[in-house]
Design a protein around this ligand. Structure first.
Ligand SMILES: C[S@@+](CC[C@H](N)C(=O)[O-])C[C@H]1O[C@@H](n2cnc3c(N)ncnc32)[C@H](O)[C@@H]1O
Length: 232
């Protein structure tokens, strides 16, 4: 058994998460693709087997129970495919769209998901530009990890989510970011519904689940420079 396999199996068993051989093998293929590509292209700092098992794969799938059956899920700033690809491996019922602005990362997700047999649509675009297309307010769920502070991230993500849908923000220690995002959350109709803590000793990670309770005003999202210069 490889170190990656042992690490991931231990975490999944501790959390009581059932995983099939097929799902496990897809994760391992995806991990091996990541390690291979990372030799020449610096896609992620996390590649050791134990770290990748915890910080990329296990971390990604922790909130899967919050995602409704058959949901359309978009991942904003997917990078090398996290959290979307492990979520899609665990939840074959969802449809998965990765939004990523860096071309080499988009190419990686496309190649590695094909190798692992995982159906993911890749949109090589900025999230705020995609929200000005027919995809505006079209997804049941938006997930995002390690992309921006919550008050900036909320403006990138909320316009892609249908009213009534969910926005899942993967965060470390979140109290200050949440307090600073108060105005942004109310302007974008996002209400904190649930917080899921990572079931791991010594690893402070959470998923904040926001319900979108209304349609976003047409002026959101603004251009990125403006969002960053004067966050809501
Ligand atoms: C630090 S990486 C995190 C990647 C991945 N979510 C993870 O947790 O491993 C942030 C990624 O978000 C992408 N990104 C940042 N702003 C974006 C935007 N407005 N639209 C699309 N992608 C964006 C960057 O290109 C980068 O790949």
């Amino acid at each position: 058994m490889s170190e990656f396999e042992r690490g991931l199996m231990t975490l999944l068993a501790q959390a009581g998460q059932a995983v099939t051989k097929r799902q496990f093998s897809a994760m391992e293929i995806y991990y091996n693709e990541l390690v291979e590509v990372n030799r020449t292209h610096n896609l992620t700092a996390v590649t050791s087997p134990e770290d990748a098992a915890l910080r990329h794969f296990f971390d990604s799938i922790v909130p899967q129970a919050l995602i409704p059956r058959g949901a359309s899920v978009v991942d904003v700033g997917s990078g090398a495919g996290f959290p979307l690809v492990p979520l899609k491996i665990m939840r074959e019922d969802i449809s998965a769209t990765a939004v990523e602005s860096a071309g080499k990362k988009c190419a990686f997700i496309e190649r590695a998901t094909a190798a692992a047999g995982v159906a993911v649509t890749v949109r090589c675009s900025r999230a705020e530009e995609l929200a000005r297309t027919e995809l505006r307010e079209s997804f049941d769920v938006c997930v995002s990890r390690a992309v921006a502070q919550l008050r900036v991230l909320a403006e990138l993500c909320a316009p892609l989510v249908k009213p009534g849908g969910l926005f899942l923000a993967y965060k470390g220690d979140y109290a200050q970011e949440l307090a600073e995002a108060e105005h942004a959350l109310s302007a974008l109709w996002l209400r904190l519904e649930e917080t899921v803590k990572m079931p791991c000793e010594g690893y402070a990670h959470h998923v904040l689940a926001f319900r979108k309770t209304g349609a976003c005003a047409a002026k959101y999202p603004r251009r990125y420079a403006q969002i960053v210069k004067s966050p809501l």
